[in-house]
Design a protein around this ligand. Structure first.
Ligand code: ADP
Length: 413
């Protein structure tokens, strides 16, 4: 017979789990849901002291929620997935228990070891149980449950962890489905407006100017050439809009990679030379590298060049005077190239910054463009297992920060 206290705890755990399961609709904010899940897990597994949920994002391993860690600490705990315990011990089916997980990191990833041992302070035993999270039968991350003064968790704790990893996997699967449904609806809406507005505008000019020429039988050659120049400009604009549309569509259909080992500096230089002719005479372009940057990157050269051309091309397009700095460095803890493209151009206001990666979104419509450049960049960087972030101030300039892995490991490898 269980004691009154145990029964009370069990009842509380059951009602917490019931509440948790009612939240699994995929619409809840991911971080909030995982925090709730860990809260219930810690209460239901009496031996649990702290817990974290990690997600695999490209080549990175990132904690998305944790108890009792501050958000600030969690954000520093990002490591390369290849450096993680879960990757090296192949935790993809069952629950795994390990003692002193920290010993694994000492000497392997110093920065991460120091961070973890500063959390652990003063305790010398540690036991961890780890369960995989899956989306469509693929490993999407893991849950870690730790105790700093235990040698072993009881079997019932492992069974409880299995339930929580199933909860989290179901949540992630539903969220992935919901997100792609919302994205598809939004895309249909913007496609339609792109075709009816953006593509129609240059076409209307082409028709209008052609009619003018055809209607005026006595038109002077000079005047006619003026109209033809306008028709030519509108046609070129229409052509570049269709090019962007076709690149964007292709990206949504096929995400295959043609990975090669290429010279990093040379590829960057070639990308710059494609867009450099468009630079305003009042703008200076500076390219620099950190001393420790590796010579080669293993990536898809065409996609990599596309990203560079779009980001550096935008810096050139939206900067009328001042400078553009392209600086590349290497982050050895995540094994990523970091490319910063900073300009002193027109900048973007904070409230619009969130939207600029959306397909067809344009802030400054007085310059030519489709609003697809950054959507192409975002999608391409995702395929290249990298990340992109932006900071900007209206009227002062912008900085785009691209992170790309030294080596892309595909799922087949
Ligand atoms: P576009 O074809 O309009 O350039 P993008 O998708 O490349 O489309 O960019 C979306 C919007 O983001 C642009 O319309 C522009 O307003 C803004 N933007 C992008 N890069 C910069 C930059 N370096 N400086 C200022 N604004 C930028």
């Amino acid at each position: 017979m269980s004691s009154f206290y145990e029964e009370e705890k069990l009842n509380a755990a059951i009602s917490d789990m019931a509440e948790l399961s009612s939240l699994i609709t995929g619409t809840e904010n991911e971080e909030e849901f995982f925090k709730k899940l860990l809260d219930v897990a810690l209460k239901s597994i009496p031996q649990a002291e702290c817990a974290t949920i990690w997600k695999i994002e490209g080549t990175l391993y990132r904690p998305v929620a944790g108890f009792p860690y501050e958000r600030d600490i969690l954000s520093k705990m990002v490591i390369s997935y290849e450096d993680s315990y879960a990757y090296n011990h192949n935790i993809d089916e069952c629950i795994v228990q390990t003692n002193n997980i920290l010993d694994y990191y000492s000497g392997k990833n110093e920065k991460f070891y120091d961070l973890l041992s500063s959390i652990k302070t003063g305790r010398n035993r540690m036991c961890t149980i780890i369960a995989p999270l899956k989306v469509n039968a693929k490993i999407a991350g893991h849950i870690f449950i730790d105790n700093f003064s235990l040698d072993s968790f009881e079997d019932v704790a492992k069974r409880a962890l299995k339930i929580f990893s199933n909860f989290a996997s179901t949540f992630l699967t539903l969220k992935t489905l919901k997100d792609s449904e919302t994205e598809a609806n939004e895309l249909n809406r913007v496609y339609l407006s792109f075709i009816t507005h953006e593509l129609k505008t240059p076409l209307t000019s082409i028709i209008g100017f052609s009619e003018t020429i055809l209607d005026e039988s006595n038109m002077k050659l000079n005047a006619m050439r003026g109209y033809i120049r306008k028709i030519y400009a509108s046609s070129r604009h229409l052509n570049s809009l269709i090019d962007d549309l076709s690149t964007f569509n292709k990206l949504n259909r096929e995400t295959s990679l043609n990975i090669r080992r290429i010279n990093f500096k040379q590829t960057l230089f070639e990308a710059v030379s494609i867009v450099e002719p468009n630079i305003s005479p009042d703008v200076e372009l500076e390219i620099s590298y950190s001393a420790d940057i590796p010579a080669f990157i293993e990536t898809d050269p065409t996609k990599f060049t596309q990203v560079l051309v779009n980001i550096i091309g935008n810096a050139i397009k939206y900067t009328d005077e001042g400078s553009i700095f392209v600086h590349s460095s290497f982050d050895s803890s995540t094994k990523e190239f970091v490319i910063s493209v900073r300009d002193t151009g027109i900048g973007i206001s904070q409230e619009k910054l969130e939207d600029i990666f959306r397909p067809f979104y344009r802030v400054s419509k007085n310059r030519p463009g489709s609003g697809l450049g950054l959507a192409i960049v975002k999608k391409t960087i995702q395929v290249l297992k990298g990340r992109i972030s932006v900071s900007s101030e209206e009227g002062k300039g912008s900085e785009f920060l691209i992170r790309l892995p030294l080596v892309i490991k595909t799922d087949e490898q």
